[in-house]
Ligand binder design. Structure first.
Ligand SMILES: C[S@@+](CC[C@H](N)C(=O)[O-])C[C@H]1O[C@@H](n2cnc3c(N)ncnc32)[C@H](O)[C@@H]1O
Length: 344
């Protein structure tokens, strides 16, 4: 019997979901908590396909699998099934350094407003949100206040205890990738009270500690064997990378491409644009041009199960893993917050 029900909003390919359920079906197989997903929403058609291939009907424990509802912001919150845990890796473009940083002014910012409406109506026991580090410094252009403060206040006004959000680096949780992500938690007031949570300091021990020593990680352990030659970049692309690096340096504009070896302890953040030229993580090879990571390798570096079914389109697979959450971090958080999720 599942111990709690959850919903997966802005689901991408289900990175936040994996640590909250256990699957022992054919093809896919992983061990997370014993939760059951009762509703999913993802707007991108390609991500929906990958999500459905991996999650739909693969587990007998999952009696309820609602067809993926594309855009939950247009739904009446009352129509969403009751749940104990709300998960959402809400869009990061309006909040990321690379984006335009319009925050709530950007229409994608209003996704949070829709999440808050669901929280207010459905009152899940716990809310877990994920975003990029840039959200911490983003200001609301109208009010001049920090967007993160508005988000936290909104959750509090829904009847929640909201500890100070935390940044986690995938490198501290067994993944050799320098990927920092922000996690926001909210615990319904009655459950917080039962667990003696009144102020931020009371929650400190619930945030997980690092599970590994960064220096012990080796990128090579996450790479595939016998990678086809097509992943080795062409002379033209390599020349372009080298020239851009020199140009960038003379303009004081960062590094350009980033290269690593099998023995490196980490690669740079893999983004959704990795498919373009692999600039953020090229693997150096002996007597050959460097190569790009394969889509499977980018999934490995995000902690996805090795039997996770990839999009048939390489471009989509790179985009989907580049947008995903580092799963090991979520596993560590899930174990700590399990205590708040059910009475069962
Ligand atoms: C950062 S990604 C989430 C990745 C996810 N945590 C994972 O690990 O795969 C944000 C996702 O939100 C989706 N999204 C944005 N607005 C949405 C909406 N209104 N309804 C449903 N999904 C939405 C985007 O298509 C994108 O896939």
């Amino acid at each position: 019997m599942p111990k709690f029900d959850f919903i997966d909003l802005c689901a991408g390919i289900g990175g936040l979901r994996i640590p909250f359920e256990t699957r022992t079906g054919k093809g896919v197989d992983w061990k997370g908590l014993n939760g059951r997903c009762v509703f999913t929403s993802e707007k991108d058609e390609n991500a929906c396909k990958t999500y459905a291939q991996n999650f739909k009907g693969k587990s007998s424990a999952e009696k309820i699998f609602h067809e993926i509802d594309r855009d939950f912001t247009v739904l009446d919150p009352n129509t969403i099934p009751n749940h104990d845990l709300l998960l959402a890796g809400f869009p990061c473009q309006p909040f990321s350094h690379a984006g335009k940083r319009q925050g709530f002014k950007d229409e994608r910012g209003s996704v949070f407003a829709a999440i808050a409406s669901i929280v207010r109506v459905k009152q899940p026991r716990v809310v877990l949100l994920e975003n990029v580090r840039g959200l911490l410094s983003l200001k609301n252009l109208d009010s001049g206040t920090l967007v993160i403060e508005e988000i936290l206040q909104e959750l509090e006004s829904c009847g929640y205890f909201v500890p100070k959000p935390r940044l986690f680096n995938a490198r501290d949780y067994g993944l050799p990738q320098n990927r920092v992500r922000l996690f926001i938690l909210a615990i319904r007031n009655d459950i917080a009270k039962k667990n003696n949570l009144a102020k931020n300091a009371d929650f400190e021990t619930y945030w997980p500690n690092p599970t590994c020593d960064r220096g012990s990680l080796r990128v090579g352990d996450f790479l595939e064997r016998n990678v086809p030659i097509s992943y080795t970049i062409s002379d033209k692309l390599w020349k372009g990378h080298l020239e851009r690096r020199v140009k960038n340096r003379s303009m004081g504009k960062g590094f350009g491409y980033q290269a690593f070896e099998r023995s490196s302890s980490y690669v740079a953040t893999i983004s959704a644009r990795y498919y373009k030229d692999g600039a953020e993580a090229l693997l150096l090879q002996k007597n050959k041009n460097p190569r790009k990571l394969t889509p499977r390798e980018t999934g490995n570096l995000q902690g996805f199960p090795r039997n996770f079914i990839l999009s048939e389109s390489k471009v989509q697979a790179y985009k989907q893993f580049g947008n995903a959450v580092p799963i090991n971090v979520v596993h560590a958080i899930a174990k700590k917050i399990e205590v708040f999720l059910s009475n069962k």
